[in-house]
Design a protein around this ligand. Structure first.
Ligand code: C2E
Ligand code: MG
Ligand code: MG
Ligand code: MG
Length: 296
């Protein structure tokens, strides 16, 4: 009965293969649908920006905000970037989305200034394809020109992996952006593997310490060492440094003692819809509410 066993094995193999194909086809189909949906979303401008305040512990003020995109899906509600940025990146749709984000953020920041709010920097995340394709520099220049925002109030966040894809090209583009007058930051710092010698040649003005190093502070010895090292590296290279994902007073205390005075995280505020951000921002400026945290 070796024959029938063989037959069964083949049968099972074939069925599995079919199952596999059906699953693959379903996945591919689903992806295509999502891609179509995302394309429509761009056409219908179904995106919104939320703004997360960045606070300076010395002054107690909100001095900047990171613009974070959300997809306002007609049925699924507010979709977080983790659920559509990867597909957008893979399909190249990120270039159009990124362009929308850039323009919306510049217009919003200019509108705040025109409304008499104290000027702040708005940070925009730039994806790898957006940076390397589609003439990033002229798109940034156009967003500034169209909005009337002064370049120094725009910061672009680049990741180490984006830069490391092609270091000489990235440095050239960064210099062109720097020449426009925009600020550059390295996002999620410490999670990539930019060499320290390369870091020296990047025209960036600040490092953003990744949340993964912050979340277990101050208890985790390794994370204390890593964040401490990033902060002193930044100081020695004359770069500003901000900690992301700060959620507790204990984290604030550790970071401040280590010399990091710029903080972003739920401890102060989650990313907020525009009007909520405006409220928090004006209140903070009127009364320096946040300074009480510093004094504590
Ligand atoms: P990111 O640039 O590192 O942004 C920080 C993320 O951490 C945001 O998630 C923010 O909501 C979250 N966060 C901030 N503080 C805390 C905290 O205290 N605790 C916790 N648990 N989380 C905190 P979000 O908005 O979901 O964005 C995720 C990522 O999606 C961003 O990471 C960025 O890489 C990407 N992204 C967001 N908006 C854009 C965009 O407009 N363009 C591109 N290319 N990527 C974007
Ligand atoms: Mg970011
Ligand atoms: Mg980050
Ligand atoms: Mg990130």
């Amino acid at each position: 009965n070796a024959d029938s066993a063989m037959y069964r094995a083949k049968e099972i193999g074939r069925n599995n293969l079919q199952l596999f194909n059906v699953e693959m086809a379903a996945k591919a189909h689903e992806k295509l649908l999502h891609q179509e949906e995302l394309r429509d979303a761009i056409a219908r401008q179904e995106f919104v920006l939320h703004y997360q305040p960045q606070v300076n512990l010395h002054t107690g003020r909100v001095f900047a905000a990171e613009a974070l995109v959300r997809w306002q899906h007609p049925e699924r509600g507010l979709v977080t970037p983790a659920d559509f940025i990867p597909l957008a990146e893979e399909t190249g749709l990120i270039v159009a989305i990124g362009d929308w984000v850039l323009n919306a953020a510049c217009r919003q920041n200019k509108a705040w200034q025109d409304a008499g709010l104290p000027p702040i920097i708005v940070s925009v995340n730039v994806s790898a394809r957006q940076f390397s394709e589609g003439d990033c520099v002229s798109r940034v220049a156009a967003a500034l020109r169209d909005s009337g925002l002064e370049a120094c109030y725009l910061e672009l966040e680049l990741t180490e992996s984006l830069i490391m894809q092609d270091v000489p090209a990235a440095i050239a583009t960064m210099h062109e952006l720097e020449a426009l007058g925009v600020q550059l930051a390295i996002d999620d710092f410490g999670t990539g593997y930019s060499s320290l010698s390369a870091l020296k040649s990047f025209p960036v003005s600040r490092l953003k310490i990744d949340r993964s190093f912050v979340q277990d502070l101050p208890g985790d010895e390794d994370d204390r060492a890593i964040t401490g090292a990033i902060i002193s590296l930044a100081q020695k290279l004359n770069l500003r440094v901000i900690a992301e994902g700060v959620e507790t007073q204990a984290q604030v205390d550790f970071l401040r003692a280590a010399g990091c005075t710029e903080i972003q995280g739920y401890f102060f505020s989650k990313p907020l819809p525009t009007t909520d951000f405006e409220r928090v921002f004006s209140v903070c400026h009127a009364s320096k509410l946040i300074a009480e945290v510093d004094a504590a």
